[in-house]
Design a protein around this ligand. Structure first.
Ligand SMILES: Cc1cc2nc3c(=O)[nH]c(=O)nc-3n(C[C@H](O)[C@H](O)[C@H](O)COP(=O)(O)O)c2cc1C
Length: 180
C-alpha cells in the first residue's frame, strides 16, 4: 500500500489520464490510483494523504461516477487527512461553470474535516465563473486542467503542481519533472 491514495472519476478518459501522469511523477511506490467507480468508503480509510480528481459535465454537474458515489463520499470522515484536488474542464464553452465539480467535491471534504493543499493560481485561464475558486483569492481550490483546449500547458502544470504538493506534504527533495 502506497502512502498516497488518488481517487478519480472520468467519463471520457481525460481525468483518468491525468491521474496516471500524477502517479508517474510521484511514483507507483508512493501513490496508488483508484477509479472511484470501483471503490468503497473503506478504501479511503487506508490513506492519510488523498488526491481527488473530478471532471465537470453538463453545465456545472458532477462527473457521473462521482455522482453515484456522492452519498458515500459525504459520509467519509476526513479528519486528520490531507487532501489535494484536481479538476478537468473546458473554459471556452463552459466558462460560466468552469470546474464547478471540483469546487463541490472540495466543499464536501472540507465539511468532513479535510486539510487542503495544492491551491492553484487562476493566472492563464479565461473563464467567467467557477465554484472551484478560493473565496477572496485569485486561486482555485486545486489544480485546474483544461485538457481539451490547453493541452499544451498540461505537462508543465502537472510538474509544477506535483512539486508544490510534494513540498506541502513535507517530502524531502525534488520530484523529477517529466516531459509527457
Ligand atoms: C456536454 C459537455 C458538457 C460539459 N460541461 C462542462 C462544464 O459545465 N464545466 C466544465 O468546466 N467543463 C465541462 N465540460 C468539459 C469536460 O469536463 C472536459 O471535456 C473534461 O476534460 C472531461 O474529462 P473526463 O473525460 O475525465 O470526464 C463539458 C463537456 C461536454 C462534452
Amino acid at each position: 500500500m502506497a502512502q498516497i491514495g488518488l481517487f478519480f472519476g472520468s467519463d471520457e478518459g481525460n481525468t483518468e489520464a491525468v491521474a496516471y501522469r500524477i502517479q508517474a511523477r510521484f511514483g507507483a511506490d508512493r501513490l496508488d490510483v483508484h477509479d472511484v467507480a470501483d471503490v468503497t468508503v473503506l478504501d479511503f480509510e487506508d490513506y492519510d494523504v488523498i488526491m481527488l480528481g473530478i471532471s465537470t459535465w453538463d453545465f456545472g454537474q458532477i462527473q457521473s461516477d462521482w455522482e453515484d458515489f456522492w452519498g458515500d463520499i459525504s459520509a467519509v470522515d476526513f479528519t486528520g487527512k490531507t487532501v489535494a484536488l484536481f479538476g478537468l474542464g473546458d473554459q471556452f464553452g463552459y466558462g460560466d461553470f468552469f470546474l464547478d465539480a471540483m469546487g463541490m467535491l472540495h466543499d464536501v471534504v472540507v465539511e468532513n474535516g479535510a486539510n487542503i493543499v495544492g491551491h492553484w493560481p487562476t493566472t492563464g485561464y479565461d473563464f467567467d465563473a467557477s465554484k472551484a475558486l478560493v473565496p477572496g483569492q485569485a486561486k482555485f481550490v486545486g489544480l485546474a486542467i483544461d485538457q481539451d483546449q490547453q493541452e499544451n500547458l498540461t505537462c508543465e502544470r502537472l510538474n509544477r503542481w506535483c512539486q508544490q504538493v510534494h513540498t506541502a506534504l513535507g517530502f524531502d527533495g525534488a520530484l523529477s519533472p517529466l516531459d509527457d
